[in-house]
Design a protein around this ligand. Structure first.
Ligand code: 1CP
Length: 345
């Protein structure tokens, strides 16, 4: 049976435009909160394939999306490379031993050896393959090397990125050494997710916009393209989605290139601009401003607007970044059904 989401990624004819939401498994769902409470904490949940599988499937049943995204986190990668990760309630992720010196980096496990430690992720994917309905696709994912490096250097989320940017301008060779090591792990990690059963993979560069346009290719995009090339060489039929957040100026200046299938458009980038610059080359995913989910009216208006721009083009509906924890479930359902309604052929 064909999967509508995979077909849309490959620009094949579909009965309507498929839809999913970034961060669709999460705190806005009471059913998620229940399973997370049973697990004790967020990382335990990531490490438990049965429970991770259960929360991955919840948004399919509850809000009716067309694809499932593996429940995990981008930060399990540096965790398994040997960094000490904790998710602190009310604070967020924290690495207690951020990278400051060459020795700190050399201590970390690299390449396939690090990717081999993420067995619980592959186990979750294998379980999902047994449990997901045949017509629903499973999306695997990773963080982009740059986005992962920001947490590995800063030790936590940041507003200013001062430690990694200090490195970018005063010791770029060392930043490249970190990015190289992470890229080599991610390449193996992506292949192993695909071999476990992921139908599609997405690379999240959530903090792309922290880099000035003239430096974006050098410190982030080229590593993402290298990962996509590696995947496409081994598994050309597996769609690859790139999601660099906040890169309107990068698109505007025709700086996007690479061998991948779908470009994820963030909510700050006008869909019409993305269509003009990228629509002939890549299927576009996105891009409703996530806060529109607080109002059904604002949601419908935006979905209709996106549909009028993307009608007849390669398109997948999504938000332009993750859903927020206090969005009413009913409004998320409304978004999904509106996307399916306005695009029905
Ligand atoms: O239950 C909880 O309180 C933890 C909240 C939570 C959840 C549900 C975190 C902590 N991560 C996740 C799951 C998660 N993370 C998924 C699951 C699949 C889905 O439903 O989408 C995915 C794909 C991610 C990816 C992720 N983690 C990104 C990239 C995507 C994005 O939203 O930009 C990033 C940047 C992270 C880091 C992270 N994980 C969690 C937090 C609080 C953060 C920090 C965010 C920050 O620094 O602002």
């Amino acid at each position: 049976m064909s999967k509508i989401f995979v077909d849309a990624c490959l620009r094949k004819e579909t009965p309507y435009t498929p839809v999913w939401m970034m961060r669709q498994a999460g705190r806005y769902l009471p059913e998620y909160m229940e399973v997370r409470a049973q697990a004790g904490n967020f990382l335990n949940l990531c490490h438990d394939p049965e429970k991770a599988c259960e929360v991955t499937i919840q948004p399919l049943d509850i809000v009716g999306v067309d694809a499932a995204i593996l429940f995990s986190d981008i930060l399990v990668i540096p965790d398994e490379m040997g960094m000490d990760l904790e998710f602190i309630k009310g604070f967020g992720p924290k690495f207690h031993d951020p990278i400051k010196t060459e020795e700190d980096l050399d201590r970390l496990i690299g390449g396939e050896e690090a990717a081999n430690k993420l067995t619980y992720v592959y186990e979750t994917i294998k379980l999902l393959k047994q449990k997901l309905p045949e017509d629903k696709a499973l999306i695997g994912f990773t963080g982009a090397p740059w986005t992962l490096a920001t947490y590995m250097i800063e030790g936590q989320g940041t507003k200013t990125y001062n430690l990694c940017k200090k490195m970018m301008y005063s010791n770029p060779e060392f930043l490249h050494k970190i990015l190289r090591k992470v890229t080599d792990v991610v390449k193996h990690y992506m292949i192993k997710q695909i071999e476990a059963g992921a139908d599609v993979v997405q690379i999240f560069d959530s903090w792309a916009s922290a880099i000035e346009v003239s430096k974006y290719d050098e410190f982030s995009w080229k590593y993402m393209v290298e990962i996509a090339d590696y995947i496409k060489e081994k598994y050309p039929e597996i769609p690859v989605i790139m999601f660099p957040k906040g890169v309107a100026a990068f698109i505007e200046r025709d700086l996007v290139y690479g061998n991948f299938d779908v470009f994820g458009v963030d909510w700050g980038t006008p869909m019409a601009l993305a269509k003009e610059k990228l629509g002939s080359k890549y299927v576009l995913q996105g891009n409703m401003e996530p806060c529109r989910l607080y109002s059904k009216e604002a949601t419908t208006q935006c979905v209709e607007g996106i549909q009028s721009i993307m009608q007849g083009e390669g398109h997948i509906f999504n938000l332009g970044h993750g859903i927020l924890p206090d969005v009413p479930v009913e409004n998320a359902k409304h978004f999904v059904s509106e996307c399916q309604r306005v695009s029905k052929k």
